[in-house]
Design a protein around this ligand. Structure first.
Ligand code: ZN
Length: 116
């Protein structure tokens, strides 16, 4: 069987997938991709918790607007540094999972990203 030609989801290099679902050309690309998601998630998590737990101060600081600005910044970074390679689950897919399963259990986000 001929290996499938595809693109590393981190660096964008063309690669021959040695197994079904392979997304990265080397372990360091997988680690960089996952570290980016973890770092962005941690930033969003802290700000989202502040929004939920310190509502009046968060509102005074326009924290929701800040969260939206941060999401846009991530999108712009992806487009500039990694054109054509997203670092998130497509929104419609996330909403579909939420609708079908009632929540996004741990691990589902990465599984759904692979399937997209
Ligand atoms: Zn790579």
């Amino acid at each position: 069987m001929t290996p499938a030609k595809c693109q590393c989801q981190n660096c964008g290099e063309a690669m021959s997938a040695r197994r079904i679902g392979q997304e990265f050309c080397k372990p360091s690309c997988r680690q960089t991709f996952n570290n980016r998601r973890m770092q962005r998630g941690a930033e969003m998590y802290d700000l989202f918790r502040a929004l939920r737990r310190e509502r009046s101060e968060a509102k005074a600081l326009n924290l929701w607007t800040e969260l939206c600005r941060l999401e846009l910044q991530y999108q712009m970074e992806d487009e500039a540094e990694r054109p054509g390679r997203r670092s998130y689950m497509p929104p419609k897919k996330a909403l579909g999972l939420l609708k079908d399963k009632g929540s996004l259990p741990r691990g589902e986000v990465m599984k759904a990203m692979r399937a997209a």
